[in-house]
Design a protein around this ligand. Structure first.
Ligand code: IPE
Ligand code: IPE
Ligand code: MG
Length: 243
């Protein structure tokens, strides 16, 4: 299914699919004595810069963790600010995505967002659906455990209905139920801000991804940091259990 990986400009192998846990907006703002929302605003600028850089580098798929299924635990005001920024981002950047032949995708249960945001997202998905270029995946109200639970539920229902034999369920069967099923395998997973955890992101998909934890706070992460991450990836030796 997968063609040979491309070579990055530095000579290393280019990851086909990069995912980023964009963390540290709040701390970025705090360091500047600004409200947390200012950090999120600066984070949107970083999204723009990094998605442009990923396209320029020839990365096929970029998945960005923008709102986790656990982020509802934040104060209502902050959740509202994040929804507001999402509205702004779609309104201001959709034209560029359409023009640049980017296919926008969303993973996660975004239909739990406010109705007007859901409508904006659905319109953006529809307007880029026929594009054939790189994929920009935004994880919205996404949780890896919920994704796997949903997959288990669907397979159990099909088994109960006699449509599939439980003994036939293989990793590929589960993979085909995941929201990432039509994306290239995850090669590189980056988390910014110095935290060393997955926070429920792409649990299944991370099985053999290369992990990179950087101290840079998300608003300070740009094209140069992405290039450095890709160069680091190019120097890794992936074994997948072999020698
Ligand atoms: C990441 O930055 C953005 C979201 C989770 C939406 P944070 O808001 O988590 O920033 P810190 O971790 O508090 O610095
Ligand atoms: C993970 O960051 C979620 C996103 C980046 C959207 P959090 O800041 O929510 O993660 P925890 O709470 O530190 O694990
Ligand atoms: Mg955080």
């Amino acid at each position: 299914m997968s063609s040979a990986p491309a070579l990055a400009s530095g000579g290393g192998v280019l990851p086909r699919h990069v995912a980023i846990i964009m963390d540290g907006n709040g701390r970025w703002a705090k360091k500047r004595f600004l409200p947390r929302v200012a950090g999120h605003r600066a984070g949107v600028e970083a999204v723009r810069a990094v998605s442009r850089a990923a396209r320029a580098m020839g990365i096929e798929a970029l998945t960005l963790y923008a709102f986790s299924s656990e982020n509802w635990r934040r104060p209502e005001e902050e959740v509202g600010d994040l929804m507001g920024l999402l509205r702004l981002f779609i309104r201001s950047d959709l034209a560029e995505l359409v023009r640049e032949n980017v296919r926008l995708r969303v993973i996660g249960d975004f239909r739990r967002f406010p109705g007007d945001v859901v409508a904006l997202i659905e319109d953006a998905l529809a307007r880029t659906a026929a594009n054939t270029g790189p994929v920009l995946v935004i994880a919205l109200n996404y949780g890896g455990q919920a994704e796997l639970t949903e997959a288990a539920r669907r397979l159990a229902a099909r088994a109960a209905a006699g449509e599939i034999d439980p003994a036939s369920i293989a990793p590929a069967t589960i993979e085909a139920e995941l929201e990432t099923r039509d994306l290239p395998p995850l090669d590189l997973l980056i988390r910014t801000s110095g935290e060393h955890r997955l926070s429920n992101f792409l649990l299944w998909q991370a099985a053999y991804a290369e992990l990179l934890f950087v101290d840079t706070l998300w608003p300070d992460f740009g094209a140069a940091e992405l290039e450095a991450a890709v160069a680091d990836f190019g120097r890794r030796q992936r074994r997948f259990g072999g020698l």
